[in-house]
Design a protein around this ligand. Structure first.
Ligand code: CP
Ligand code: NVA
Length: 298
């Protein structure tokens, strides 16, 4: 593994290795090898973040490195300097880069031009770090995903759902996505995915039926905040007690956070499942440390 650009590009074996390493790092927290000693890793963020930024900064420090946070407005990228020039400069100075931005191509270009280990910290197309933390949480809470049904209720073609669909393709678990007709993955994407274990419906109850994991995310992703008409499409797609009545006994609820109570999830369900949801948030740290260890060059 040279980069973490997407779940699409990972193999099942790579995912499993990262999760084994994350579980190990979690157990031995405080006794980390200083894999990043003497290294500086830059975090270039053009979108807001709480969990991703904090977990990477803490994780880099715990591994002995120095995190350098660069919001787009602090650097010339925000004034239009091309990503390929930013990449070539950083490539001569730092040891790795973590990027959160809009276009997936920018992350791909950064990796190419910088020659540095590059981590996608969320683009419009994928959120690979989040999915690794989510899978770790499923492993911890349910013992694994084999024979389990995962339901995703919400935007059917967001960074979260796209990454989840690739995870299901690689790992083979059943994934049912319930999304409004206007927010479903397009036919060309589904043809490329070619995963018979991934189903798409407009009925949240159908997706939730017998599910062991009920997963949701914001209706309007970052950059879509002014698309109020899109939000109207999601009436009936809230994860609430009524929907959970369809799920399997012992189900868990996941939310990558931030959560908008009263929209994609009810206050009651979020608080009832807060133990799992905040464990999921903590797992960002352990999963990303595993990614850093896997990508760090000596
Ligand atoms: N889930 C997640 O990526 O959270 P942040 O946007 O706060 O980083
Ligand atoms: N789909 C959401 C995920 C936030 C972590 C977004 O892109 O805003």
């Amino acid at each position: 593994m040279q980069h973490l650009l997407s779940i699409e590009q990972l193999s099942a074996r790579e995912i499993q290795r990262l999760l084994e390493s994350a579980a190990h790092l979690k157990l031995q927290r405080g006794r980390d090898g200083q894999v990043l000693a003497g290294q500086t890793w830059a975090l270039i963020f053009t979108k807001s973040s709480t969990r991703t930024r904090v977990s990477f900064e803490v994780g880099i420090r715990e591994l002995g490195g120095f995190p350098m946070f660069l919001s787009k407005n602090d650097i010339q990228l925000g004034r239009g300097e091309p990503i390929k020039d930013t990449a070539r400069v950083l490539g001569r100075m730092v040891h790795g880069v973590i990027i959160r931005t809009f276009a997936q191509q920018d992350v791909v270009d950064f990796a190419e031009y910088s020659k540095l280990p590059t981590i996608n910290a969320l683009t419009d197309d994928e959120h690979p770090c989040q999915i690794l933390a989510d899978l770790l949480t499923i492993q911890e809470k349910l013992g694994g995903w084999e024979g389990k049904k995962v339901a995703f209720i919400g935007d059917g073609f967001s960074n979260m759902t796209i990454s989840w669909m690739w995870a299901a393709k690689h790992l083979g678990f059943e994934l049912a996505v319930a999304a409004p007709a206007t927010c479903q993955p397009p036919a060309d994407f589904l043809a490329k995915l070619a995963a018979p274990n991934v189903s798409i419906t407009t009925d949240p109850a159908v997706a939730a039926k017998g599910a062991h994991v009920i997963n949701t995310d914001v209706w309007l992703s970052m950059g879509q905040e002014d698309q109020k008409e899109k939000e109207l499409e999601f009436a009936g797609f809230q994860v609430n007690a009524e929907l959970l009545a369809h799920a399997a006994p012992g189900h868990i609820v996941l939310h990558c956070l931030p959560a908008y109570r009263g929209k994609e999830i009810s206050e009651e369900v979020l608080e009832l499942h807060a133990g799992t949801i905040f464990q999921q948030a903590e797992n960002r740290l352990h999963a990303q440390k595993a990614v850093l260890v896997a990508l760090a060059r000596k």
